[in-house]
Structure formats: structure tokens, C-alpha cells
Design a protein around this ligand. Structure first.
Ligand code: HEC
Length: 169
């Protein structure tokens, strides 16, 4: 009798553990959310249209690409500022590596960070309408790093809705 009880109990415990894990995954949409803003890496961003490439020489030595969802691309095409709510911009970055096949050429090495900006003018009213997220291997970096995002974008590109990247010609 006692043994049967234990078996039933452990079965229940396993079910509870399973459903807790399932709920946790469902709540986060399957991805990590950034501190302060709760921004996630958007589904399917890897297939979004290119806005522009970028490069950082030092100290990070990275190749970068900024892509946007359909709302972002339309806003660029219409030269419409501010960007509308629902705009999402993603900056991908890789280590800058010399091509092993042709010396003068550069190729992307290991992926470094994925950075995201989401426009929601009421939710993120305190930061120019933008929510920020920086991710390494799908995990959001710490809060201290997220405290730097708006300060730099605000100091330098306030007149372009806090967005640096212009559409590449
Ligand atoms: C010291 C300045 C600085 C800080 C801090 C900074 N950024 Fe940026 N960010 C830039 C620059 C410059 C670009 C233009 C693209 C490039 O050169 O890489 C950029 C571009 C972006 C873009 C593409 C859209 C755009 O504005 O061009 C996103 C998304 C982004 N940053 C997210 C973030 C997030 C998230 C953080 C904080 C974790 C952050 N940034 C912190 C300078 C900064």
C-alpha cells in the first residue's frame, strides 16, 4: 500500500515538474527576455531584409548587419520618422576574419551578439519609444549593459528617432 502511494506521488511530482517547465517556456515565447525592457529575439529575423552592413574596427573588430521587419523597411522607404509602433530592428555581429581562400577578403567569423530594438511608444515612453535587448547565444546580457543602450543612442542620434543606421544605397 505504502509503495503504491509513493509511486502515485512521484508520478504526480513528475507531471507537475513537466507542466511547470512547459509553462516557463510558453511564457517566454521560447526565448530569453532582456532586463529592464523585456525584449526578446524576434522569430524569423534571420530572413529579414537588409538595411545596411556595418563594421567596427576596434576594440571589437566586428562585421555587422542591421536588418528590419516589414514595418521598418517601409518606414525607411517612405523616409517616415518617427518609426511606427511595431518596428523591430536587429543588429547581427560577427568576428571580422580574413578569408582563408583570398587574403584581401573578409568573412564573418563566430557570431558575437544579436541586438534588438522594438518600437512601442507607450510601453517604452521613457526611452524614446524604444525597448532594447542584447543577446549572446540567445541569452540576454546583464542589466548594467542594458542601462547603456539608450544613453548612447540618445546622445548621438536623437534627431533620427534614436536610430543610427541609414538605408544603404
Ligand atoms: C556607445 C554607443 C552605443 C551603445 C552603448 C549602444 N549602441 Fe546600439 N548602436 C550604436 C551604433 C554606432 C550603431 C550603428 C551600427 C554600428 O555601427 O554597429 C548602433 C546600432 C544599433 C542597432 C541597429 C539600429 C540602429 O540604431 O542603427 C540596434 C538594434 C542597437 N544598436 C541596439 C543596442 C542595444 C540593445 C544596446 C544596449 C545593450 C546598444 N545598442 C548600445 C551605438 C551604441
Amino acid at each position: 500500500m505504502k509503495l503504491l502511494h509513493l509511486a502515485v506521488l512521484s508520478g504526480v511530482a513528475a507531471l507537475v515538474a513537466l507542466s511547470v517547465a512547459g509553462a516557463a517556456m510558453g511564457d517566454s515565447g521560447g526565448g530569453d527576455a532582456s532586463p529592464i525592457y523585456g525584449v526578446q529575439v524576434p522569430d524569423g529575423y534571420r530572413k529579414w531584409a537588409l538595411i545596411a552592413p556595418a563594421q567596427e574596427a576596434a576594440p571589437l573588430n566586428e562585421l555587422r548587419a542591421v536588418v528590419g521587419n516589414d514595418l521598418a523597411i517601409k518606414a525607411y522607404q517612405d523616409s517616415a520618422l518617427p518609426f511606427p509602433d511595431g518596428t523591430v530592428l536587429v543588429k547581427l555581429a560577427w568576428k571580422h576574419v580574413q578569408s582563408p581562400e583570398f587574403e584581401p577578403a573578409s568573412i564573418p567569423g563566430a557570431a558575437t551578439t544579436v541586438q534588438v530594438m522594438v518600437k512601442d511608444s507607450s510601453k517604452y515612453a521613457a526611452t524614446g519609444g524604444w525597448g532594447f535587448g542584447r543577446f549572446i547565444n540567445g541569452k540576454a546580457v546583464d542589466q548594467a549593459q542594458h542601462e547603456t543602450c539608450f544613453a548612447c543612442h540618445q546622445a548621438r542620434v536623437k534627431n533620427h528617432d534614436f536610430v543610427f543606421t541609414r538605408y544603404a544605397p
